[in-house]
Ligand binder design. Structure first.
Ligand SMILES: Nc1ncnc2c1ncn2[C@@H]1O[C@H](COP(=O)(O)OP(=O)(O)OP(=O)(O)O)[C@@H](O)[C@H]1O
Ligand SMILES: [Mg+2]
Length: 321
């Protein structure tokens, strides 16, 4: 909430189509001030469309998007002064150095020259780029570019920041570094809406998670609340080959609240607790003997699977966990 108790970002029944493709199908959500909200969803679920509308790059077909109470379609210029946006692809110029990029962005945001210089120096320091300030951005690592891009989005000191997949493609250390910076910004009062494919990112960073699927809300809450909703146990079975996993899925799938198979690995989620899960393994009774059995508490990954029926891409990259 802002000082008046209203959400800083508000979507009401937002709709957007691209020709025959329905990208947003009546999405509603509210983001309180000073919080980090993670927008999670499978590929094509409407995450980028949502932040593009909020950052005034796209117009909605229907419904309303408000930033600090301003309608993004009716007041785009005013909204742009309130927001910073770092998209999926860095907007900085590879043929300028880091310092030149930030000064340029500062001047484009109509900051007086001395202010642009001062903020540039502060941002370079804060984002760990002071040593690389004089190097051409084309020679920056992915993590450095990302940090510069976020620094650029903040040059006009907006109270609201949108980040579209800020850490995709970064190594774990660069990711952790960016997480720290985003958490710091939120602690100082910036309201952050970030999209991500990484459930662990939402878990680590987001106060609230909004899961969307096919342009609609599929679930929302704190990571803790969402995990609790899944129930008590997740069973992971690994088989010697895919056929055995298929047989087991056939036999057990109906007894569980969610099931997902990835090759020879089968994951099943249950509301009924670990005793029911153990019973299910017994029921397999030689039809398909697992080579590894794991019973654990639900993860955000499991929540995602249950709510969208999609395995998150993060888990696909490393195979089912
Ligand atoms: N400019 C466009 N023209 C046509 N279709 C589009 C366009 N932009 C998005 N779409 C479609 O709208 C749907 C939502 O796309 P969007 O980019 O918002 O998804 P996303 O959740 O960001 O996906 P990803 O995880 O792959 O980034 C998809 O079906 C996509 O193909
Ligand atoms: Mg996207």
């Amino acid at each position: 909430m802002d000082g008046s108790g209203n959400p800083v970002i508000m979507l009401r029944d937002l709709r957007k189509s691209f020709g025959q493709v329905l990208a947003l199908d009546g999405l509603s959500l509210a983001v309180p001030a000073g919080s980090i909200t993670g927008l999670l969803g499978p590929n094509g679920s409407g995450k980028t469309t949502t932040v593009s509308i909020l950052s005034t790059a796209l117009r909605p077909d229907g419904g309303q998007a408000l930033v600090c109470g301003l309608d993004v379609a009716a007041r785009p210029a005013a909204v742009r002064r309130l927001i910073g946006f770092a998209g999926q692809f860095a907007a900085v110029d590879p043929n300028l150095n880091g310092r030149e990029n930030l000064r340029l962005i500062g001047r484009l945001s109509r900051l007086p020259r001395p202010v642009a210089r001062e903020r540039t120096d502060e941002a370079l320091e804060r984002f760990g780029l002071a040593g690389a300030a004089g190097r051409l951005v084309r020679g920056y690592s992915g993590g450095m570019r990302r940090r510069l891009d976020v620094a650029a989005a903040l040059m006009h000191r907006p109270p609201v920041l949108f980040l579209d997949e800020p850490t995709t493609g970064l190594d774990p250390e660069s990711r952790a570094q960016l997480w720290r910076l985003v958490a710091e910004l939120a602690a100082e009062g910036t309201t952050v809406l970030l999209t991500t494919q990484y459930l662990e990112e939402a878990d680590a960073l987001a106060d609230r998670v909004v899961i969307i699927d096919h342009g609609r809300l599929a679930g929302e809450g704190t990571p803790h609340e969402l995990r609790k909703r899944i129930g008590s146990a997740v069973l992971r079975l690994e088989f010697a080959d895919e056929q055995a996993a298929v047989r087991a899925e056939h036999q057990l799938g109906a007894q569980f609240d969610a099931s997902e198979r990835n090759g020879a690995v089968l994951r099943l989620a249950s509301q009924a607790g670990s005793s029911a899960v153990v019973g299910a393994v017994r029921a397999l009774d030689g039809a398909a003997d697992p080579v590894a059995v794991q019973i654990r508490e639900p993860s955000l990954d499991d929540v995602f699977l249950t709510l969208t029926g999609n395995a998150a891409s993060a888990s696909h990259q490393g195979g089912a966990r």
